[in-house]
Design a binder for this molecule. Structure first.
Ligand SMILES: Cc1cc2nc3c(=O)[nH]c(=O)nc-3n(C[C@H](O)[C@H](O)[C@H](O)COP(=O)(O)O)c2cc1C
Length: 323
């Protein structure tokens, strides 16, 4: 499975594990990289330069394959610089950037040998990332888990739109959870995929509570909702009394001050680490409708590759072999 993405990143399969706040630590990142994809750890939730350095070194004890560090710029309140210095000092092979204007990051990386992936939710953002020097863009459709674009563009439309608009390779993201999605991404003009929610329901996502994993396994595509839309920062979460409560408050006109406790990282962790449904929420995408097991990352990859091969045979049967 060879695309520009596998070549740029030096990986076997063009499958990237998304930055996953409070979940993407060394165990998961290394498992994804060892299976042939690109694993990531998330800088924002490691918080301090010391913790980030420790986690990068831990990844290196678990894999000798390339991996990346995710920077959600806005979440650091503009204080991501120190963490970026650690990634540079530790010679991390790649970083991904989301949640803000990536320009200062590219200025800092001008003479640094590090691959860059930028998450985008629209054509203009993708073009901007290319102009700044991104190696790869990841186009995240509105089916996805976690923070989304404000325009609600689905993956099936967004992926070809972005692929047509830039000359750097594109990864499709949002709603992908199996080999059919992988194959579909290629058909849409992407050169690989990013997945977030699917990786939570794996054995190596050791920080996710069983309650959260089970909710992903049992949920269907109708069991997610969008919170924080009224704050201009929509994000997709698993539907629950707690998240319906947030939406209700938003409908009643609550502002950031009134909502901040329920949408905080702390509330997020109450659910995803402790399994307390009454005290918090978990991000998750519509793809939960396609997830019904908790495999190892290796088993997930094996299954996806096999399903993609079967799907390709089916497509060839429909479209015919190329002349
Ligand atoms: C629990 C969770 C936490 C996330 N945290 C981050 C994050 O910290 N940084 C980031 O770039 N993306 C984050 N995302 C988005 C994912 O990286 C990815 O773009 C998204 O999950 C893709 O959609 P999918 O869930 O349908 O695969 C998060 C997603 C989820 C589900």
């Amino acid at each position: 499975m060879k695309t520009r993405v596998t070549e740029i990143l030096g990986i076997k399969y063009p499958i990237v594990q998304g930055g996953l706040a409070y979940l993407a630590y060394a165990e998961l990142a290394a498992a994804v990289s060892n299976a042939g994809g690109l694993g990531q750890i998330t800088a924002a939730t490691l918080r301090t330069p010391e913790r980030l350095r420790e986690e990068i070194r831990k990844v290196r004890t678990l894999t000798d394959k390339p991996f990346a560090v995710n920077f959600a710029i806005a979440r650091h309140d503009g204080k991501y610089e120190e963490l970026l210095e650690v990634a540079i000092e530790e010679k991390v092979p790649a970083i991904s950037i989301t949640g803000g204007n990536p320009k200062p990051v590219f200025e800092r990386l001008r003479d640094v040998d590090m691959k860059t992936l930028v998450l985008v939710a629209g054509v203009r953002q993708a073009q901007k990332a290319e102009e700044l020097g991104a190696d790869i863009v990841m186009a995240v459709g509105q089916e996805g888990g976690g923070h989304l674009g404000r325009e609600d563009i689905g993956t099936v439309v967004l992926t070809p739109r972005v692929a047509d608009a830039v000359s750097i390779p594109v990864l499709a993201s949002g709603g992908i959870g199996d080999g059919r999605g992988l194959l579909a991404a290629f058909a849409l003009g992407a050169e690989g995929i990013e997945m977030g929610t699917r990786f939570i329901a794996t054995q190596e996502c050791v920080h996710a509570h069983d309650v959260y994993k089970q909710a992903i396994v049992e949920g269907t595509e109708t069991d997610t909702v969008i919170i924080k839309r009224t704050l201009g920062a929509p994000g997709r979460v698993l539907k629950s009394e707690f998240t319906e409560g947030i939406i209700e408050k938003e409908k009643q006109g609550a502002g950031y001050e009134e909502l901040k406790e329920s949408i905080s990282g702390k509330a997020n962790c109450h659910y995803i680490h402790e399994g307390d449904e009454t005290a918090g929420f978990g991000w998750g995408g519509q793809v939960i409708g396609l997830i019904d097991d908790i495999p190892t990352v290796q088993e997930l990859f094996d299954n996806m590759i096999q399903t993609a091969e079967t799907g390709l045979a089916r497509l060839t049967g429909i479209v015919g072999k190329p002349n």
